[in-house]
Design a protein around this ligand. Sequence first.
Ligand code: NAD
Length: 359
Amino acid sequence: MTNRTYNLVIVGYGGMGSYHVKLLKENQAINVYGTFDILEERSAASEADGYKAYESYAAVLADKEVDLVLIATPNDVHKELAIAALNANKHVICEKPVTIYSKDFEEIIEVAEETKRKFVVHQNRRWDKDFLTIKKIYDENIIGDIFHVESRVQGANGIPGDWRHLKAPGGGMLLDWGVHLLDQLLFMVDSKIASVYANLSFVLGDEVDDGFQTIITFENGTTALIEVGTTNFIQLPRWYVKGTAGTSVIENWSIEGKIVTQNFGIAIEAPKPIQAGQGLTKTMAPPSESAVSTSDLPEVESTMESFYDNVISVIEGKAEPIVKNTEVLRVSKLIETIFKAAETNEVIKDFDFYKADLM
Ligand code: NAD
């Protein structure tokens, strides 16, 4: 734990900027020192909430009391704001998706290296309990070796807000929710991606995707179906995973779900054929009672430092970032590949760089 306080300015005091303020109230090491937003009404909201609103971004960067800048603006301006802050000797936390294009992120990484400042992306959903539960099932082989992962978020409210409907500021659901689900997947599955196929959805008539489905196959044989929808009036489970010894489902963010595993080593009754539609089936009949066991999902407690504490530990040279820039770059390149696969209607191979390639 640090024994000093870091002054942080939030750039972009909209939905997420003001959410960070709420979260940071709990944090001892980071002091929200002020905000900057191009909209007068958001500056007024900041002052009403008790936080100094800077008149310009130049004023934020010129203030020697500011140690850290947190960028929570629409995605197209992350790069210029980040590079200016790093050049002004500030450390930077940046909202996801870090940039719209991976080459812009590569430029940020170069400037962070040159200026010896830290740049960390807020991939907060690595700390989500539903994800940590699935990761535990995966890591501890609770249903055997997991060979298939389905990860979905589905809403029925369309694309939210204003800029998320537009291409130029980096709207669309692949860049919005997609980046979270893909980041979780690559953080969990320890293998290089072999191939990607994808479909984007444009049913709402926006110029950006209102959802997508992608199928990712890893070199270790694991397959993943990642899906984001905003036109789903009935939702499928948040997670559905299959392993060599069972299946697990997590329905929602309240972590309702179960594990069903196959019983081994006892006399197992064969399934009885059932009437199915106009036919008879044994293949699709439920397993006999003696063939499976149902159990609760495991309890999880994150052993990782909190996101903000980790940023401070990284600045002080006491820890490696939990969200590494190479991992964020890998996700960014995967997103570009998903766009390309959807556009060309092709299965794309040989694009992934994997951590082994970086050593
Ligand atoms: P928003 O529209 O609610 O807020 C963005 C704010 O940025 C607005 O107040 C706008 O006036 C301001 N702004 C725009 N350009 C600016 C500039 N050049 N300088 C200063 N301020 C500027 O958007 P939001 O939903 O808060 O999203 C902001 C960012 O946060 C996006 O990158 C988004 O992807 C990310 N986000 C992350 C999460 C998460 O869970 N990590 C959740 C929501 C949003």
